[in-house]
Design a protein around this ligand. Sequence first.
Ligand SMILES: [Zn+2]
Length: 142
Amino acid sequence: MVDLNHLYQEQILNYARQARQSKPIAHPDATAKMLNPSCGDEVSIALKLDSGKISHLSAKTKGCAICEASTGFALSALIQMDEGTALKMPQKVEDALTQEKDMPLRGGEAFHPIRAFKSRHTCVLLVYQAVAKAINNKRIIK
Ligand SMILES: [Zn+2]
């Protein structure tokens, strides 16, 4: 694991645990899977939408601690977000990593130390890309 600021290390591990405890949801409205070949990460997302907002979100991850942590964080941070905003998250999170903008989600500053590790940015982004892909898949199905 990359050498994270001590303050954030525990938070990252807590988020990773939350990802591993994610329970599948019955009858999801949309699913998607994203891969990060450079790290071997896989994130599979299932979600339900209610009035255009993410009402349920579950994930299965295989991969590094950062990918797991980002997914665990997103599982709670994206709940009740409207789909239009969720579609913008991959770009906003990427900007937070590459342009030193604040993470667009509360509690996301635990991921700021990852900025220094460019090869790990995709590990953080993968879950947001998977959620956006799921929402887009659903739009196609409609
Ligand atoms: Zn990774």
